[in-house]
Design a protein around this ligand. Structure first.
Ligand code: DGL
Length: 277
């Protein structure tokens, strides 16, 4: 292979960066193109059909820009669109997200598990199927943490609003005796310190990103797309919001790197705006 295959990653915003970070750690030589649909964030309170339309257009854009494998780094978009995307783009391998109920159910001792995800994720068939397959004999307590995605997008990772939202989600769960919290939204790993502070040391917090990164590597290998080596490959970040703001967000969360581009929606399609930053 002369040009290593590019991974396309997308999310409604910066949540997918928690997945990107894990992918980058084990696949540094793989070029990445990341799309943050910050014009439409949050996805979690939108109808599944609308999120499906966004996801299809973003996937098309990523493929046009060279992506050979797509990671849907958003639980909400996976719930709304993963089946549809696999059917619409049969030649592209997809990695999706689902709430990590399986590992939680396997390791809980109290038999009580908290799941934090968006309303759309809880409505989707994917969550119902995960619960049916893996949660037998386990009590799941759920909360949609309304407003938390917006706090994280605004960079207020330990402010009072985020604290209040998480406290009111977790307090009743802790009272019921949960010993595990599943992060069913890719934005939430950025508030793990706050979640751990509220829950205390007896509760395990499951961030699915490392498992998703390993699955990405398996699929790349399977399709003969894996880039060898340790040399850091190029990363391009696109946002339908403001590329300058995205650059600051990435720098704050992950350190400085990458090239930044603005994209705009027009007629249900996405166009790149020049120049890049
Ligand atoms: N990060 C996303 C998820 O995993 C979407 C959150 C949102 O936009 O509401 O669900």
């Amino acid at each position: 292979m002369t040009h290593p295959a590019t991974i396309g990653i997308f999310d409604s915003g910066i949540g997918g960066l928690s997945v990107y970070r894990a992918i980058r750690q084990i696949l540094p030589a793989q070029p990445v193109i990341y799309f943050a649909d910050q014009q439409h964030v949050p996805y979690g309170s939108r109808p599944l059909e609308e999120v499906r339309h966004f996801s299809e257009a973003i996937t098309r854009f990523l493929i046009q820009h060279g992506a050979a494998l797509i990671v849907v780094a958003c639980n909400t978009a996976s719930a709304a669109a993963l089946h549809h995307l696999r059917a619409t783009f049969p030649n592209i391998p997809f990695v999706g997200m689902e709430p990590a109920v399986k590992p939680a159910a396997e390791t809980t001792r109290s038999g009580k598990v908290g799941v934090l995800a968006t309303p759309a994720t809880f409505q989707g068939a994917l969550y119902a199927s995960v619960v049916e397959r893996f949660a037998t004999g386990v009590k799941l307590l759920t909360d949609t943490c309304n407003g938390l995605v917006q706090e994280i997008e605004a960079g207020r990772l330990d402010g009072n609003p985020a604290r209040r939202i998480l406290q009111s989600a977790l307090a009743p769960m802790l009272q019921e005796g949960i010993d595990t919290v599943v992060l069913g939204c890719t934005h939430y790993p950025f508030v793990i310190p706050l979640i751990e502070e509220i829950c205390g040391p007896g509760v395990r917090v499951i961030d699915p990103a490392p498992a998703v990164a390993r699955q990405t590597r398996r699929l790349l290998e399977l399709h003969n797309l894996l880039a060898e080596g340790e040399q850091a490959a190029e990363v391009h970040f696109y946002t339908s919001g403001d590329a300058n703001i995205l650059r600051q967000q990435v720098a704050r969360l992950l350190g400085e790197h990458g090239t930044y581009h603005t994209a705009r929606w027009e007629d249900h399609r996405i166009f790149e705006v020049h120049p890049a930053l």
